[in-house]
Ligand binder design. Sequence first.
Ligand code: HEM
Length: 480
Amino acid sequence: MNKQCPPFAGLIAHHPGPCPVRGHGDEFHIATSVQGLPATEYFKVSGIRHCAEQSGGLCSFWMGEQLALYQMDNRALFNDEDLAPSTDANHELFGGFLGSLHISDPLRSQKRRAVEHVLGSQRFIDSIKDDIRRLAAVFLHQCPRTPMCMEKLTLLWVSQVDSYLPGILDCTIKSLDQYLQDDQFRDVVSGFFEQASKVISHDDRLALKQHEALKPFIKDLLLTNFDAIEQAPLTNLILGHFALWALPFTRKNIENLSTERALEIGTIIIATYDTTALSLLWSLAYIETSAHVKREVLLAASDSCTQAPNVIDLAVMEALRLGGSNPTALWRRTLKPCEIEHAGQRVLVPEDTQLWLDRWQANRDPHIFTQPEAFDVTHILALQKKDDTAHALCTSLLARNRYDINSFSMLNTRRNPRKCPGRLFSVNIQGLLLRELYGRFEVSSEGIDLSLRRHCAMPKPAQPGVLTLRPKHCGDQSDG
Ligand code: HEM
């Protein structure tokens, strides 16, 4: 294609970028991988976002040799089958993980079911709610009464609760929070999603080098916790994966586990706590920096508020809109020419085009959210449609066919068949942990900076701040 001519002349605006030959390719790399800007900020400072804003939400640009389309709203423009798998670019890191399989791959549906029939089932989640609250309280009562780093707190809290919840991971002999504090494994385990995100959000192929590093951790985790996992309820995700592979759960089979399978189950295990922990960090950070919402949260956590939807769940959803735990902008690739509709016209997008969704910006769409940058739970209430019951508003918003907020998809595709199967669990557990926290403790915090951290592909607050807890009632420690 001739780079001097706009690729979609008269249909989609084009941003030429600083270099007539490589477009934005080199600048993007320098800005994200060297200077550490989040991808969404590159799109802003480079002028790509402004160009799209002027042109109904889309614009094209060259990312080096590759034609790219930038999108800044949450419309579903493509069919999933026309796109390469979501984690195609970093599949080496994820082994047999379903995100790296084409949507038509017959193995995908079984793999997805192995997670979705547990974490996507409201009935199952309801059955473990008391356990979640009990385990949340156990952790909080063990916490020191001195200021704690909020990022570390949320990570250890979620990983400990997930380890002990019956029928999820059942790593009760050496729990994940212990691994996260273990010198041998700490770096590889806590850095895994960051590496993966660098490949896909910063287009940084060097990050792929890490791919074998997870295997020794997974083997150690499964062998050490063998007796507990072997006796776990059948919903256990690890047992579910061994069943999927038609492999008896034995020590010998764990010893001989292929890299492909070790990375697959490793991805699932880390996804279970790591994504929720980061999301919870945003929820806490936003609640703590918003006096008005915090007051309502305290009221709701005291059980004297029976209003539906509960403000704690709304706050979790609103924090997912503004923060969340997938990179600020992500891309997938077209496998064949695809026709899309834009500004009332049909446009043919060629094969091998990078499709970038700036979800950070799309979740701040001023056409949808009245004060896009503000943490305001009425934004979530305003998304309520005729058929949504107030009680189940958050669940409705998480449905596959809802595109109002993107935090659980790479791109929004029609019918969103890849939308995260852990989303219902993740949102529910955050609400329950926050209820325990604000119901039982006086919470104070300082030093939170909500702007985006530099040199980080996952979206994190620049300063997570510190949290101090004081029990509300003396003697309340006994149920911990
Ligand atoms: C706030 C928490 C979470 C966020 C923000 C999140 C985000 C995402 C995103 C953006 C995707 C990509 C979807 C796509 O390909 O378009 C995804 C997929 C996936 N997530 Fe999550 N996730 C979260 C929690 C979880 C949990 C708790 C699990 C538990 C195992 C999980 C397991 C998965 C799996 C298995 C996929 C692949 C789905 C597929 O390809 O069909 N996630 N998630």
